[in-house]
Design a protein around this ligand. Structure first.
Ligand SMILES: C[S@@+](CC[C@H](N)C(=O)[O-])C[C@H]1O[C@@H](n2cnc3c(N)ncnc32)[C@H](O)[C@@H]1O
Length: 372
């Protein structure tokens, strides 16, 4: 288990850009080891455990890339674990309910990890999450009956419950490609456990966001990459948003309490908790009116803050205009591409949902789309 103060290295940088810290009321957290530039890669991490989110089989069971009609040779080249392949195959044939299937696959992958890499398994056990999952005993029985050989003696229903709780708090979804016609409902193809990335806490106005490129080339297609959205001062906590940033106050609070067990007290929530119900969609409305009437005049960047007359009611308007993708049904978060080797910040902003890139040069006017 990584201890507080241990630095977490980003693959793109020899020096770690974030390190673990303990923050009262928030548990373990990752903070910037130095001033961070927009777009810098804070962390690039491969999963210790991966499992399918759906019974669909139109992707490679090893690397989770889409299967092309001409066939597929897994470039990851990882030898599949015969026990895990067989167990997932049996689950696919016997369990039609998607959530049950996915959770059972997670358990199978976790048990397989315990056998193949005890150190990774204990790293997983060190992650947060202890609430008892009511479906644990059902899942334990299901797996015991379908696995091709008996589960090892240590795998009790209690351990199953603990594993499920940790998965719920810490799994990251590897997403299907964005399709406008899905009305923004982007499906999850697979889930992964990324122990270092699990230490990122949540903020409703995050200063970093994560990208995944599951259909990308190379061996690291299941890695996740976390990049800074804007400048982050040394010592500042680096946070992700655990869901799309355009959710309203009630939706965000409900999800955080129900799934993550805490009440969010971030700057944005402090403002929005005072909004009346009819103001719920103020985010979008204010952004639209500012876009149409005022452009970006009077706004000054300060880590997502804003100046101008709407400051008091909607201090985070700047964030929405600058860092939320305006493509229909998208709502993803934009971060610049990594800085050039000399350190110059990129003017190209990439959306972490639809993948579209746009140039930033004309910010305040019309940004030009690069892939249209
Ligand atoms: C993925 S873990 C993040 C790392 C965690 N803090 C730890 O100590 O391992 C998610 C958990 O962190 C805590 N957390 C995350 N964001 C928080 C926030 N903004 N305020 C308070 N607690 C938070 C909650 O307990 C949440 O269930």
């Amino acid at each position: 288990m990584a201890a507080a103060g241990v630095a977490v290295a980003a693959a793109a940088s020899p020096e770690p850009l974030v390190k673990l810290a303990e923050i009262p009321g928030r548990g373990r957290a990752l903070v910037a080891t130095r001033a961070i530039k927009p777009g810098e890669v804070l962390l690039s991490e491969s999963p210790i455990l991966l499992y399918p989110a759906t019974v669909a089989s139109n992707y490679c069971s090893q690397c989770y890339r889409s299967l092309s009609p001409g066939g597929h040779r897994c470039p990851a080249g990882r030898p599949p674990s015969p026990w895990l392949s067989e167990t997932i195959g049996r689950l696919r044939s016997h369990v039609g309910e998607p959530d049950l299937f996915s959770q059972a696959c997670f358990l199978a992958a976790a048990y397989d990890l315990a056998a193949s890499s005890p150190s990774s398994f204990s790293l997983f056990l060190s992650l947060q999450g202890s609430h008892t999952d009511p479906s644990a005993s059902v899942l334990h029985a299901l797996l015991s009956s379908l696995a091709p050989s008996p589960l090892p003696p240590g795998f009790s229903p209690d351990l199953t419950a603990a594993l499920l709780a940790k998965d719920k708090l810490n799994a990251f979804g590897l997403m299907e490609p964005f399709r406008e016609e899905d009305s923004g409902e982007r499906r999850v193809r697979a889930y992964g456990i990324y122990p270092k990335a699990s230490f990122f806490n949540h903020d409703c106005l995050p200063n970093a966001c994560r990208f995944d490129y599951v259909d990308g080339d190379g061996e690291n297609n299941t890695a996740i990459v976390v990049r800074a959205i804007h400048e982050i001062p040394e010592g500042r906590e680096v946070c992700l948003s655990y869901f799309p940033v355009n959710w309203n106050y009630k939706e965000r609070q409900a999800r955080l309490l129900q799934d993550y067990g805490f009440k969010c007290e971030c700057d944005r929530c402090q403002v929005e908790k005072n909004w009346k119900d009819e103001d719920e969609n103020q985010d979008e409305e204010v952004v639209e009116s500012m876009d149409e009437e005022d452009g970006m005049e009077g706004m000054e960047e300060d880590n997502g803050g804003v100046g101008g007359e709407d400051d008091e009611d909607f201090p985070h308007a700047y964030f929405f205009i600058r860092y939320v993708c305006d493509r229909e049904n998208c709502g993803g978060t934009l971060a610049p591409l990594p800085p050039a080797p000399g350190g110059t910040t990129s003017s190209v902003m990439e959306c972490n949902v639809c993948g579209q890139c746009k140039t930033d040069d004309s910010f305040g006017g019309d940004a030009s789309m690069l892939d249209e």
